[in-house]
Design a protein around this ligand. Structure first.
Ligand code: APR
Length: 227
């Protein structure tokens, strides 16, 4: 089977009701990003950061995958699909995608402050504070904060380099290194970009100016030769 590699951003989850970061009314309009999503911010006020992620987890319990997520699962009937997501929600997994790589971490997980290899999945509704101990360890969100390394990026570039088709969905392509994944696509491999308000992209990228649900349906028709 041909390999379809899909890079998704916050727009992938917008139709599920999870706000994006930089659209009007987005998360970074409501919260000071460097206070709630940076290494310095966590050091300065860990309680605020724990609470920010508690609230995002609470919201995650109330939303479901949208037709865009489900459409990507359907494509697994025709392609070997790898999803590389900037999103920390679990909607790709809940939709049924079999290969999901999180570049920026996972909302439902925390890790030990004194040993980052100790990663724990929280129970639904479980909240954390700086006083929380799991197996005796103080914990932090298993999220890549700004100012921190992105350990999953190198493995992701190796997956992109094997793509026969590369697709970008719902991202401003404004945060690195995630935005540079496009550079690892082999020459001649077709690239599609689904976004209702697309960022500027190199010549040759097929832009589908649509939301995720409609865009994935359009992409599917194109890839299956029905368009
Ligand atoms: N379907 C698809 N895309 C959509 C939809 C939709 N229904 N609605 C909005 N979008 C698009 C917007 O046009 C925009 O291009 O989703 C994108 C959202 O962009 P951002 O809010 O910047 O999200 P993202 O690109 O994922 O941010 C990257 O920044 O703050 C960090 O770590 C955070 O992973 C995040 C990273």
């Amino acid at each position: 089977m041909k390999r379809l590699v899909i890079s998704t951003g916050a727009g992938m989850s917008a139709e599920s009701g999870i706000s994006t970061f930089r659209d009007a009314g987005g998360l970074w309009e409501k919260y000071p990003v460097m206070q709630v999503c940076s290494a310095d911010g966590f050091a300065a006020d860990p309680a605020l950061v724990h609470e920010f992620y508690n609230e995002r987890r609470d919201q995650l319990d109330t939303v479901s995958p949208n037709p865009g997520h489900l459409g990507l699962v359907e494509l697994e009937k025709h392609f070997r699909v790898d999803i590389i997501t900037q999103n920390v929600d679990d909607l790709h997994e809940r939709a049924g995608s079999s290969s999901v790589h999180h570049l920026h971490g996972e909302l439902r997980k925390v890790r030990a402050l004194d040993d980052e290899s100790l990663v724990y999945t929280l129970r639904p509704g479980q909240r954390t504070t700086p006083a929380t101990r799991i197996d005796g360890h103080a914990v932090r969100p298993h999220i890549v904060f700004f100012q921190e390394a992105v350990p999953e990026f190198a493995p992701a570039t190796e997956i992109v380099a094997q793509a026969d088709v590369f697709v970008i969905i719902g991202t401003t392509l404004s945060v690195y290194p995630a935005a540079s994944l496009l550079r690892y696509v082999r020459p001649g491999v077709p690239v599609y970009y689904i976004d209702p308000n697309p960022a500027s992209v190199p010549q040759g990228v097929h832009v589908i100016r649509a939301g995720a649900s409609e865009g994935v349906a359009m992409l599917t028709r194109i890839l299956l030769g029905e368009a």
